[in-house]
Design a protein around this ligand. Structure first.
Ligand code: RP5
Length: 173
C-alpha cells in the first residue's frame, strides 16, 4: 500500500488466547494491504511494556492502535492514557458474562480519554480493522479508492441475495 512496510496499525491483545477470537481484525487489514504489527501485552501483567509501546507508537509511525482484551479489559484505556493516537478497543468474549464485562470495561472511559469500541465477537473484530482502514484513508487516496470498491461490492452482494430471494418467492407462487 505504501512505499514502506512500517506498521501503520498496532494490534495489541491481553493474551495469546485472544488471537483466535480477534484475528479477523488483522485479516481486514491484510485485505486492504495495510501493514500492521501484533503483540501480546497486558495492562495488568506487563504494564510497563504497555506504557512503552503506547508512548513510542506515534514516533515509530503507527497511526491507529487496536487493543483487544477480555474480562477486566483495561488494555485499550491504559494505551489511550499514554498516547493521542486513536485507540479502538475490541472486547473479547468471556465465560462469565459473554463479553459484556469486557465491553463495559472498554466503553466506560472517563471524559478526556476517548476509546472507540466495536462489538463483542461477530463482526466486531473485523469492524475494528475496517475502522482503522477508514481512519487511515482520510489521508490516503489509494485506500479511499479501495474502500469505495469495497462498499460497491457490498451492494452487489446484497443485490445478488435479493435477486435469489425474489426468485425463490416466485417459485412458491
Ligand atoms: C485478559 O484476560 C486477556 O485479554 C484475556 O482475554 C483474558 C484471559 O487471559 P489468559 O488467562 O487466557 O491469559 O487480560
Amino acid at each position: 500500500m505504501t512505499e514502506s512496510n512500517a506498521p501503520l496499525v498496532g494490534i495489541l491483545m491481553g493474551s495469546d488466547s485472544d488471537w483466535p477470537k480477534i484475528h479477523a481484525a488483522a485479516a481486514a487489514l491484510d485485505e486492504f494491504g495495510v501493514p500492521y504489527e501484533a503483540h501480546v501485552m497486558s495492562a495488568h501483567r506487563t504494564p510497563e511494556l504497555v506504557r512503552q509501546f503506547a508512548t513510542m507508537a506515534a514516533a515509530r509511525g503507527v497511526r491507529v492502535i487496536l487493543a483487544a482484551a477480555g474480562g477486566a479489559a483495561h488494555l485499550a484505556g491504559v494505551v489511550a492514557a499514554h498516547t493521542s493516537l486513536p485507540v479502538i478497543g475490541i472486547p473479547v468474549a468471556t465465560e462469565l458474562a459473554g463479553g459484556l464485562d469486557s465491553l463495559l470495561s472498554i466503553v466506560q472511559m472517563p471524559a478526556d480519554v476517548p476509546v472507540a469500541a466495536v462489538g463483542v465477537g461477530g463482526g466486531g473484530p473485523r469492524n475494528a480493522g475496517l475502522l482503522a482502514v477508514q481512519i487511515l484513508a482520510l489521508s490516503n487516496a489509494e485506500l479511499q479508492e479501495k474502500l469505495s470498491a469495497f462498499k460497491h461490492s457490498l451492494c452487489e452482494k446484497v443485490q445478488a441475495k435479493e435477486d435469489a430471494f425474489q426468485a425463490t418467492l416466485k417459485k412458491r407462487r
